[in-house]
Design a protein around this ligand. Structure first.
Ligand SMILES: N[C@@H](CCC[C@H](N)C(=O)O)C(=O)O
Length: 289
């Protein structure tokens, strides 16, 4: 089967975008993996699929698959690219949309400076909603994000980390580090992602606080490995940093691929994420049957 695709990125987090507004392509997990493969396919951190509205009050449905082929609930950088895609491809001329995702409705809109802002909805702190198995653990602080102390292994010398745990529709565990450039992202990222306390696995963030409105962030993403930026990871890191008293909204998050601006007014309020969304090229590819 031959399909058309668009390659996009948001702060270096890159995507293959597929249009299913006129019918389902019916791709399997291995076919999403093929598209994401940087050697045999197109190459991407995630595959984003545009589908028609699911009902009244929403304009489109937005479906996300990680590079490992698994479907996931939310993707922040992808949401900005999704918005840019539907406008560039004449699927809408609206400058504000409501989009259904597996994690609920998000609302992207066009800012005056050409950057896209997305109302990502409120963060969720309930362990069951992350999901996070906190049985028998005591939080290290009084904040709704914990932090929670976890050993990354069963040996006596296994490293122990303190993680702020929350959901932005998808699961996040964020630790504060002194310097993101020397942080053990490659060593600890996969151990945190697959930690048995996270039954659906988790995205692992490494946060360096520069001042109350500026941070640096690296994220080992569930199902994709370290990416140049993670939008929901930036939202989770800022919410966790505000909850632990280190940050005040708004916060500029410096990732390896660009800057994302995150604003959050407190519990129950939506997180607003602003950043770039860029089309790279369009093409066609033969998908192995
Ligand atoms: N890159 C994303 C997040 C994509 C999904 C994530 N890897 C997960 O498995 O939850 C973003 O920009 O938020």
């Amino acid at each position: 089967m031959r399909i058309r695709f668009t390659k996009m990125h948001g702060a270096g987090n890159d995507f293959v975008v597929l249009d299913e507004t006129r019918g389902r392509l019916g791709l399997r997990e291995d076919q999403y993996r093929f598209l994401a493969d940087r050697h045999f396919g197109v190459g991407a951190d995630q595959i984003l699929t545009v589908r028609p509205s699911t009902g009244p009050g929403v304009d489109f449905e937005y479906v996300i698959h990680n590079a490992d082929g698994g479907e996931v609930e939310q993707c922040g950088n992808g949401a900005r690219c999704f918005f840019q895609y539907v406008r560039e491809h004449g699927l809408t001329d609206r400058s504000e949309l409501r989009v259904h995702t597996a994690a609920g409705v998000i609302a992207p809109s066009m800012g005056a400076d050409g950057r896209v802002t997305v109302d990502m909805g409120p963060p969720r702190f309930d362990a069951a909603q992350v999901p996070f198995d906190a049985a028998g653990l005591s939080p290290q602080g009084a904040s709704p994000v914990g932090p929670w102390k976890l050993a990354l292994g069963t040996e006596a010398d296994s490293p122990t980390v303190e993680l702020a745990v929350l959901s932005m529709g998808n699961p996040h565990a964020v630790q504060r580090v002194d310097d993101v450039d020397t942080a053990p992202v490659a060593a600890q990222g996969p151990l945190i992602e697959h930690h048995p306390r996270f039954p659906n696995r988790v995205n692992a963030g490494f946060l360096q606080v520069l001042d109350r409105h500026r941070v640096k962030l690296r994220v080992h993403e569930r199902g994709a490995g370290e990416t140049l930026a993670c939008g929901t990871g930036a939202c989770a890191a800022v919410v966790g940093g505000i909850q632990q008293g280190w940050l005040d909204s708004p916060v500029d998050v410096q990732t390896r691929g660009g800057v994302l601006s995150i604003a959050w007014d407190g519990v129950g309020q939506s997180v607003r994420m602003t950043g770039p969304a860029q089309t790279v090229f369009e093409g066609e590819i033969e998908i192995p049957e």
